[in-house]
Write a protein that binds this ligand. Structure first.
Ligand code: NAD
Length: 362
């Protein structure tokens, strides 16, 4: 934990990033300790994942939930959803604490106290089973296995990344995947679906994962070429798709990139959003902002919650292509594509806030 986190003042931190509400919860019966952070409801109620993690210090959990919930506001706004931004974290007493129905029920009760302002979903450490259990104590959760709950968002996230890639290709004067090489870092839920979609479109694949079994599956199923996890970011390719971890692009990794485009599913891929977006730009690589192109899963779950039809869900995910293109065009007047994406999101949130104030004044 750095000094800033040790000295974190919750109200100051909330105010600095414009959070509306941060709620702490302790459940005596189960020992559950959790935080829900609602960053913005300017565009509507806010859907965001619930992360289960063993944090070294309570302030680490606060820092994480503030950062993640703010990111959800920008993601939902760029996706064109009538949704705000929020997230929750469960502070585990020790690593690998097994999930239990009691813990999930307690978290569901906590979520329920916000009466739908916050809608929970899956994130790191939360399974569809856990989501189903939360649903036994609140209606304000999406992503469970039941009818209309949306299930696993990964195939929709992968489809959204394809739309982001299509916009990126158009931007550099290409119009098809056939004959191009795409390097995928991480073959988990999203990366494997992405490999399938790209293979169907005729792209050549170069892949890496820390799990040999996942690599073997994609090599066999989609004729991919495997490289080591150390090589994947430096692979010569048309598109580099980070689908593993955050913070993979920084001062050390950016100079080695040999891709024309970066477009993938991982959240927060830039270690320093300002400086690294600038470095990527100066390195001559087109960066499709992560929170724009990885919104397919959010659109699927939020859209179902909002009552979208199947056609509306598909159309909204497909709109990622136009939004990505708009951001590339806006980037002519901003330092980088990352800055342009944030500017678009802020414009939409501001418009939502103005509309809300208008309604309240009536
Ligand atoms: P996942 O956990 O299923 O897959 C991640 C994969 O990355 C795993 O197979 C893991 O073995 C691999 N990996 C870990 N370290 C690696 C390394 N150094 N090099 C190569 N591979 C490595 O996660 P996921 O659901 O597929 O999500 C992938 C990324 O996309 C995550 O950053 C996630 O936050 C983000 N994301 C996912 C969704 C979704 O719908 N699942 C939506 C938005 C964003």
């Amino acid at each position: 934990m750095n000094d800033r986190m040790t000295n974190l003042n919750p109200l100051e931190e909330m105010a600095a990033a414009g959070h509306e509400r941060v709620c702490y919860h302790y459940d005596e019966a189960t020992g559950l300790r959790a935080i829900i952070a609602v960053h913005s409801t300017a565009l509507g109620n806010a859907l965001g994942g619930c992360r289960r993690w063993c944090y070294a210090h309570e302030n680490d959990a606060l820092f994480d939930v503030l950062r993640l919930s703010e990111g959800m506001t920008w993601k939902a706004a760029c996706a064109g959803l009538a949704m705000g931004g929020a997230k929750s974290v469960i502070m585990l007493p020790k690593r690998d604490t097994p999930i239990t129905p009691d813990e999930a029920h307690a978290m569901g009760r906590f979520i329920d106290t916000l009466s739908g302002t916050y809608i929970g979903a899956e994130d790191v450490g939360v399974s569809p089973e856990f989501t189903d259990w939360m649903l036994e104590t609140t209606n304000h959760v999406m992503g469970g296995t039941g009818e209309g709950q949306g299930g696993d968002p990964s195939p929709h996230t992968a489809m959204g990344v394809i739309y982001g890639m299509q916009a990126s290709l158009r931007r550099i004067g290409q119009d098809q995947f056939a004959g191009l090489t795409v390097a995928i870092q991480g073959l988990g839920s999203v990366g494997t679906h992405l490999a399938r979609l790209l293979h169907e479109r005729g792209a050549e694949l170069v892949v890496a994962d820390t799990s040999q079994a996942k690599v073997d599956h994609v090599v066999n199923a989609y004729h991919a070429k495997a490289v080591s996890c150390d090589e994947i970011l430096k692979t010569e390719c048309d598109i580099l798709a980070p689908c593993a971890l955050g913070a993979v692009f920084d001062e050390a990794s950016i100079p080695g990139i040999q891709a024309k485009i970066i477009c993938g599913a991982s959240n927060n891929v830039l270690r320093d959003p300002d400086a690294d977006a600038q470095r990527i730009h100066e390195h001559g690589v087109l960066y499709a902002p992560d929170f724009v192109v990885n919104a397919g899963g959010l659109i699927h779950l939020a859209g179902l919650y909002l009552g979208y039809t199947t056609q509306q869900l598909q159309d909204t995910i497909a709109r990622i292509e136009d939004t990505t293109m708009t951001i590339f065009e806006m980037a002519d007047d901003h330092p980088t594509t990352g800055h342009a994406a944030l500017a678009l999101a802020r414009q939409r949130v501001e418009a939502g806030r103005t509309a809300q104030e208008g309604i309240n004044a009536c």
